[in-house]
Every structure is written in structure tokens, then in C-alpha cells.
Design a protein around this ligand. Structure first.
Ligand SMILES: Nc1ncnc2c1ncn2[C@@H]1O[C@H](COP(=O)(O)OP(=O)(O)OP(=O)(O)O)[C@@H](O)[C@H]1O
Ligand SMILES: [Mg+2]
Length: 202
């Protein structure tokens, strides 16, 4: 099996941007946010269990998850959040495993998992953890710039995520993403060289 790197980081730290740069070097990329989104679309086999657990009002007339409504619920209801994760996470992992097999021709694979610090199961899928890190002020500024959120809304999300110091403790490698895109690209290039020369010893 190819070397598999788990890429994580707080909201807006630059996970997706870093993953795009690794892709340009030829790495295989698995995006668990995209897998999660696909599982909540019309026709997904996760819709029936979500409907059974939460009721019809959380499913749109098209048969997709009403994501805005669910987001509101799970932001304040940790039991509901856990129930949704119990439905989605095993399925996300299964889809990720399928993609992993399809990407075995790549020199190594980067799997983007925002919840990596919280998920023992996901950490068992990867051989190394790469954390994209930046200051909270950078995070807030970047998230505001790309969406219409208010600073306090971003702070609330950051407060719900694993604390920065804890995330850094599980890191084998760290990208410091307070600089510009050139700095990010330079760090990705160094890591690409390192990962390309590493064997998967698992
Ligand atoms: N080094 C950088 N310089 C300038 N802008 C950056 C840099 N890194 C990321 N950005 C910008 O910051 C925003 C957040 O980056 P990105 O979407 O990659 O973060 P993310 O960790 O994937 O966020 P999320 O947790 O929401 O998925 C994007 O608009 C991106 O273009
Ligand atoms: Mg992202």
C-alpha cells in the first residue's frame, strides 16, 4: 500500500489549498469533506438512516439532507452531532478505503481529515499526520474573506474544534501557514520530496 498522510488543521487554516498543491506534485488526494457531502446528497444510502434517526423534517423534498437545518441542530446538540457522526463516519471511512485502493499508482496519498485529532479510526488509516497550522487571527481573517461570516461566528467554530496545541501534539509534520501562498507552496514542495522518498513500512 502507498504511504498515506493524514492532513488536518482548524477551519480555514489552508487544508484544501495545501491539498491542491500536493495534487499538482502528483500526490493522490482523498477529501473527506467531499465524501461527507456526497453521502448527504439525493440518492445516497446514508439518507434513509439519517431520516430514521432525525425525522422527515431534516430531509429536503429532493431527498437530500437539509444541511443548513442539520448544522443548526448539531451546533448546540452534542448528542445529535454524535448520532449524525455515527451514521456518516463509518461510511466516509469505507469510501476513503475504496479511493485508497484506486490511488495505489500514486507515489503517496494525502487524505484531508478535519476531524483527524478526534478520530482514532481515521488515525489508524494513516502512517503520518500533517497539520496545517496558523494563528487564530489569520484563520478568522481568511474565513471571513471567503464567506460572509462574522468574527464571533468563526471564533465559535474554532472553540468547538480541537485546540491548536492538542492538534499540534499529534503532528509528525507541520505546515506554518501564516505567510503567503509562496511560503505555503515552498513548504509543500519540501514535504513532497520527503514523502516521495519514504516507504510505507506498515
Ligand atoms: N498561504 C495563504 N495565503 C493566502 N491565502 C490563503 C493561504 N492559505 C489559504 N488561503 C486562503 O484562505 C482560505 C482558507 O483556506 P482553505 O480553504 O484551504 O482552508 P481549509 O483548512 O480547507 O478550510 P475549511 O476548514 O473550511 O475546509 C481560502 O480562501 C484560501 O484561498
Ligand atoms: Mg477545506
Amino acid at each position: 500500500m502507498s504511504l498515506c498522510i493524514g492532513l488536518t488543521g482548524g477551519i480555514g487554516c489552508g487544508k484544501s489549498t495545501a491539498a491542491d498543491l500536493f495534487a499538482r506534485h502528483g500526490a493522490g488526494i482523498i477529501d473527506t469533506d467531499a465524501l461527507s457531502l456526497s453521502l448527504t446528497q439525493t440518492g445516497s444510502e446514508a439518507i434513509a438512516p439519517i431520516r430514521a434517526a432525525f425525522g422527515d423534517e431534516y430531509i429536503t423534498i429532493d431527498g437530500a439532507l437539509d444541511r443548513a437545518r442539520m448544522r443548526k441542530l448539531i451546533f448546540t446538540d452534542s448528542v445529535a452531532k454524535q448520532r449524525l457522526e455515527d451514521i456518516l463516519h463509518p461510511r466516509i471511512r469505507e469510501l476513503a478505503r475504496q479511493q485508497l485502493l484506486q490511488l495505489q499508482n500514486k507515489p503517496y496519498i494525502v487524505i484531508v481529515v478535519p476531524l483527524l485529532p478526534e478520530s482514532q479510526a481515521f488515525r489508524q488509516m494513516v502512517q503520518r499526520v500533517l497539520v496545517v497550522d496558523c494563528d487564530e487571527s489569520t484563520q478568522i481573517a481568511r474565513v471571513i474573506a471567503r464567506s460572509r461570516m462574522l468574527p464571533d461566528e468563526v471564533r465559535d467554530i474554532i472553540a468547538q474544534q480541537t485546540p491548536r496545541a492538542e492538534r499540534l501534539q499529534i503532528a509528525d509534520d507541520v505546515i506554518h501557514n501564516d505567510g503567503g501562498l509562496d511560503s505555503l507552496a515552498a513548504q509543500v514542495a519540501v514535504l513532497h520530496a520527503r514523502y516521495s522518498n519514504m516507504q510505507n513500512n506498515n
